[in-house]
Design a protein around this ligand. Sequence first.
Ligand SMILES: *Cc1c(COP(=O)(O)O)cnc(C)c1O
Length: 594
Amino acid sequence: MIKVCGLTDNASSRLVAEISGITHLGFIFYEGSKRFTTTSFDTTKKKVGVFVNASVAYIKERVALHKLDVLQLHGSESPDFIRQLPEGFKIIKAFGIATEADLEATKAYENLVDYFLFDTKSERHGGTGIVFNWHILDNYNGNTPFILSGGIGPDSAQALQEFSHPKLAGYDLNSRFEVAPKEKDPTAIANFLKVLKMKTPSYLDTDALGFYGEFGGAYVPELLRPNVEELDAAFNAYCFTESFETDYKQLLKDFVGRPTPLYFAGRLSEKYGATIYLKREDLCHTGAHKVNNTVGQILLAKHMGKTNIIAETGAGQHGVATATVCALMGLNCIVYMGEKDIERQAPNVQRMKMLGAEVKPATSGSKTLKDATNEAIRHWINHPDSYYLIGSVVGPHPYPKIVAYFQSVISKEMEQQLLEKTGKTYPNKVIACVGGGSNAAGAFYQYYDNPEVELVAVEAAGLGINSGKSAATSVLGTPGVLHGSLTLLMQDEDGQVTEPHSISAGLDYPGIGPLHAHTIATGRATSIAITDDEALASALELSLLEGIIPALESAHALSALSKMELKKEDIIVVNLSGRGDKDMNTYMEKFSNL
Ligand SMILES: *Cc1c(COP(=O)(O)O)cnc(C)c1O
């Protein structure tokens, strides 16, 4: 959150509202302030009303008049007073901080407000332009996120970089960015944000143990610890060199067929009342985005001197993408696959065999993906010299980071293509389906730290979220360890992984990658669940409206369009992760009436 406070309806305030990166605009409705305002203006940013010991009636009146989104209470408002405020607004409670003892007062407001705001203590209720000792906040161990305020100025970027706290949610900029009260200096603010941006942590950062916030890590047997450490070191040392870049880009271009088009879907746009683009990952070699990752990892494996590649696959899509790049490089390939899946997915088994891979059946448990994963990990333990090629943003650190990076080509191309088509590098929303989450991570990658882009992760609700037959992990999941990382997964009370269900094999997975668990848990990404029937309807709709038969997974992402309120000027990108060829059997059965 970057909030600029003390605005009014004047030219400099309106310029501030245009600055990219600013998320909240503050209007002060307290007569005692030099920045008191009776006016505001319409904006796409969140509008914050700032009050000091005002009455509920006055607050309600300002809310209605100025269409406020957030209420900031800057006086001595009591918890009881806050309970009387109208519902449906985010609430910020401000506290003046001079010593550690001032933090005591926050306790009564835990679970009552959305944010605390820590400001320099003064008689004047803020706007002093004076900095307090932020390190007092090292002693703050409450649960409520906080906004740092008080004297942040054009010269503060360095100091802000040096101050971090797990609950720090944003910054409040006010008097030091103006030439006179209410006359903001938009250039100074824009410049400051540029410097700050380079220094603020990213959603894509992991800590030293490989955690994105609460999720991630590397839960592997001790025997495999050197393997994941070696992989991390090799990735960091090799994948950012010119030599890697050259080889990777060449293969993406000539072998995979990139860049994939960003296609303006005119008839779909008309139907949903927005400007809708499809990122055409369905046009990649092998029919989906998965090959972006396997091409990257096979170069890495080769660089590490590995000759034996192992992988697991559910429906066979990742198995085919892996077998493809092993053939390309002349490396040995073993793909573990549940016995039941081998029967169900005969064409993909045949493809893998034609590409020279050995398909090994997993015969334990339910004989599906999770059993294949167990077999692959067992193989890895017995043959630690082999390279384990994981197909989504799942598994122990550093795999989620590596796979997300290799898929980031999707949003890197999108930036360029959007700029050409719309004059801006980013859309209002990016929509992608989430099995493990690799196509979504790739489509979101460049936008994680741009709060103006809404990230929509679409999961499979199967027969319905409460039907017992779904894969809606972000709704039904609880934290647990799956496939080597701590993430959200569907499990019963004893921690047994629940068998997922989705009509689309690629979404039929009981977990989601830790990066998605983190962004959904923190509210950065929104999740939507789509049923089998809804996805089928969207697959047919896209076929009829645009002449594109999508994969069932991608059809889930398309279905999200009908679940959102869209505006005509909204620019939406749907990541069309794959083509429908592999789903023809399902389509033949479900649309036999056509
Ligand atoms: C495998 C697959 C998915 C799901 O995998 P993610 O890692 O979540 O992207 C989605 N779409 C298609 C076409 C797939 O083949």
